[in-house]
Design a protein around this ligand. Sequence first.
Ligand code: MLT
Length: 434
Amino acid sequence: MKQPRGGEACPSRGVRAVGVCQRFGRRVKFAIRAGRVQGFLCTSAWWGWVYLGERVPGVVYCSMGKRIASGGAGVVRGPGPGRGQGSGDGGALFARGHLLQLAGLSAKELRAILGRARVFAGHDADGSDDPKAWRERLRGKVVANLFFEDSTRTRVSFAVAAERLGAQVINLTSVGSSISKGETVADTALNVAAMGVDGIVMRHKSSGAPHLVVRTLAERAHSYDDAGRVCSVINAGDGRHEHPTQGLLDIYTIAERFDRLDGFDLSGLTVGIVGDIASSRVARSGIVGLGALGAKVVCIGPPTLVPRSIEAMGCKTTHDLDGVIGKLDAVNVLRIQFERHDGGGGGGEKMPGASNAVASVREYYEVYGLNSARLAKLRPGAIVMHPGPINRGVEMSSEAADSGQSMVLRQVRHGVAVRMAVLEMCLNASAQGR
Ligand code: MLT
């Protein structure tokens, strides 16, 4: 996003500048008076007017008018999202024991997490950390997995990670809990926190839901904890916003393959993210995290799924997969997230094909599917990734998914190490008091 200075003059509202909302990848206009951001207008009719809540240098926090009750706090970052300047709220939240997004984490903070993951992945150079002691790291702590949206890999991976560190894991899903009786996500989180859990790992279909939970827990801390402590909150995927641990494990996988585990410097590498960027939290975490560590990121797909505005996050876009595929070191293929698309009729779960953004799945596969012919066009040594779940024959063929270049299962493996690092760092920050 552009720094909110300069911009076009607007007689009625002072100076305006244009940026992109980090959460939604949508254009926002800033109103600036006396050299300071006074508010901004998100051009999406859905979100309507937004106003400025509080300020941290380089960061604009916004509330979203009446919609905040269901959507949570919005975040618009300051200088150069994903450029590792550490000026967003990600770093501040991380220091307080929460990981809600990669946006705003500095390259140093990202490297600290990845470096710790390296130990847990068994790739540590000196091997000084004794795996037998890992179970002591979070012994006596309780981690609640609050998954308001379906998950296989992420939920199991967090559970395995927590248990490897000696924590007890409680699993809560929408089905079988009071969420199905209409309890709000904030109330559910408050009740879980009041039981004394040390960490909440949450997934929710609304972008910003974990931010809302952190804010609510902090506001009500003294009503459920004598010392006013706030348990850690870790985002396991919120709507279209971010999926920070997926971003980290993708980075780890690329670093391992290209021998960058020492220092996690990804400069010189070009990563293509192919598919449904508009709906993807994986893409947003990837763009900021990879960019912060020096990689070039190109988002590839049809115009309906790859809005040009996403470039403001620090990546390039193209609609021509065949034109660019031979220049990529890593190609991260995304599922078409039909459940987040309009169209196709009816409500509830959307089936493949039920989308205004993708007229024909067959045609999509023809133009953007990673098939054997495209696999052959990849550079020698280039890798294929996918966050899962894979829809074989929609975004990639079985040959591509199961090929020697495919890192899909290494991604899953690294996910446990990354989540061990995140849980350890967040819950220990929480133990030291925030
Ligand atoms: C997600 O939760 O975003 C997944 O990891 C990717 C997907 O659902 O396609």
